[in-house]
Write a protein of this length. Structure first.
Length: 510
């Protein structure tokens, strides 16, 4: 078992048993679902909007080279410096180099999942820069020295009492646990950082090829201050964030707000097209855009799963995922948790090391149903399972499935196993939930279903010789005076003719 898999299993076991944590997350996401559904109802045709959004992203991703060239040409024409980063290491080096060239000392940073992906904060701090997160949720988890819990809600696992204690301990100022008071405490600290910062770093929700602009969506206004006040602005954006035209944002901005936070539209939606132009009163003196690949082109080459690049990072799939709702975001041990993380992380960081994530799924399909750009998430999880096992088969799993196939395709062996199982379950309580229990993996946290006292085939034969509840004399009613035409077949004939009974290549016999 890999180190990430070991960490995931340990953390999942702990948090799944933490009823307080589960209650916090279930309550928060329950409120989100109410608002999300209210906003979805305001769309004339939500499913139609999903299809249009999926078509737009399909066009953008399948002609990514052309749209990237168009975006770069437009934004460079207004004085922006564009950098191409093939790997996370290269992106870190580019951004550290820009900060050194600008002789920066203090950096303020708005929410950027790509920055989390490449571990940018750690690289900047190791290079001697002070980095402060300006998004309130990100600021809180930074003070706690931990990773964001959720793509959209970084600190959703914390109560306001815990945040008050944190501010009192780290900032020396927390008069009460009132959310507005706590927000003002953070604002007073962050305002000083905006003014003192030499460099502001942002992410991007979309990059518009037609106009060469970066689109940033937020609810606090911190990204605007991060971009406007420092003399140098750096935007780190994944190459998949391209959309063809400015008009596309008329669909994507409300869809992102609805699916991501249950809003009709986010509080601040800003477009950045370059550094301060002659005659303008504000804006950065220098603007750098770093286009990040980091295995995205490798995913683009995978025709089966390239639609994962359509993701707009709304977090809707996390919110409905039963695994995420029980084990939480930090359990995953990677930048992108939940279903979308379980699909793209194996591409970004290696399938064999992260193959446990696709198996951490109920395959209920809720993620695919809510995705605003219609990514086929649950089937991609199955494809990862298949690919991982094909590359490195597990010998005991192969042996177990061969044994199971033999069992269900051998009638007498199947009947014997049922008989033994019915006897054995009477004594199951003696070892239930212990390491001696053959079903320990299941029964340590669940009830084992009891075997039926009678199989369907046995019931069918019995009813064929008896009287039915509806007055007939077998499974099918007979007219008075006629001979019994009900099923009186041998076990061999039953195996061949009963559609519920397996033949060669089938499954169960009883």
């Amino acid at each position: 078992m890999t180190a990430p898999a070991t960490q995931f299993k340990a953390a999942a076991k702990t948090l799944a048993a933490d009823l307080r944590h589960r209650s916090l997350i279930q309550t928060a996401l329950g409120k989100y679902e109410v608002k999300r559904d209210e906003m979805k109802a305001r769309f004339q045709d939500w499913e139609g909007a999903r299809q249009v959004a999926a078509d737009i992203k399909f066009e953008a991703i399948n002609h990514l080279d052309r749209y990237l060239e168009q975006f770069v040409a437009r934004i460079e024409a207004r004085g922006t410096k564009v950098h191409w980063a093939s790997t996370a290491e290269q992106a870190r080096q580019i951004i550290v180099g820009i900060c050194r060239d600008r002789q920066a000392r203090r950096i303020v940073k708005s929410k950027a999942m790509t920055a989390e992906e490449i571990h940018l904060n750690q690289a900047l701090e190791q290079a001697g820069f002070k980095v402060v997160e300006s998004d309130l949720g990100e600021f809180i988890v930074q003070l706690r020295d931990e990773a964001p819990y959720h793509i959209v809600f970084p600190a959703m696992h914390l109560t306001r009492g815990e945040i008050k204690d944190l501010f009192d301990r780290k900032l020396g100022d927390a008069p009460s646990d009132n959310p507005e008071v706590l927000t003002m405490v953070a604002s007073r600290v962050l305002r000083q950082e905006y003014v003192a910062a030499d460099v502001g770093i942002t992410g991007a929700n979309f990059a518009v090829a037609e106009t060469g602009m970066i689109s940033v969506t937020e609810n606090e206004g911190n990204a605007r201050l991060t971009a406007a006040l420092p003399k140098t602005m750096i935007t780190l954006v994944g190459i998949e964030k391209i959309v063809p035209t400015l008009a596309d944002l008329a669909l994507f901005l409300p869809m992102l707000a609805t699916a991501g936070a249950g809003q009709l539209l986010s509080g601040y939606n800003t477009l950045y097209g370059g550094p301060r132009q002659p005659g303008e009163a504000d804006g950065p003196e220098a603007f750098h855009v770093v286009l990040l690949d980091n295995q995205r082109t490798a995913l683009l080459a995978d025709a089966e799963q390239r639609d994962a690049l359509h993701c707009i990072r709304c977090g809707a799939c996390l919110n409905v995922c039963p695994i995420f709702r029980n084990v939480g975001g930090q359990t995953y041990g990677t930048t992108y948790p939940g279903p979308i993380g379980s699909v793209i992380t194996p591409h970004l960081r290696g399938l064999q090391e992260w193959k446990h994530l696709p198996f951490a799924s109920s395959l209920c399909g809720a993620c695919s149903e809510v995705c605003p750009v219609k990514i086929d998430l649950h089937h991609h999880l199955l494809q990862h399972r298949r690919t991982a096992r094909a590359a490195k088969p597990v010998w005991w799993e192969k042996l177990a499935f061969r044994g199971f196939a033999l069992l269900v395709n051998t009638p007498w062996l199947w009947r014997l196993s049922l008989a033994v199982g019915r006897v054995g379950q009477r004594f199951h309580g003696l070892v239930k939930g212990t390491k001696l229990d053959p079903a320990y993996v299941w029964t340590q946290s669940r009830e084992a279903p009891a075997l039926a006292g009678q199989s369907f085939k046995a019931w069918w034969r019995e009813r064929g010789r008896g009287t039915t509840d509806h007055g007939g004399t077998g499974p099918r009613d007979r007219r008075p005076g006629t001979r019994d035409q009900g099923p009186r077949v041998t076990s061999h004939e039953s195996s061949r003719n009963d559609p519920g009974v397996a033949t060669k290549g089938g499954t169960a016999h009883e």
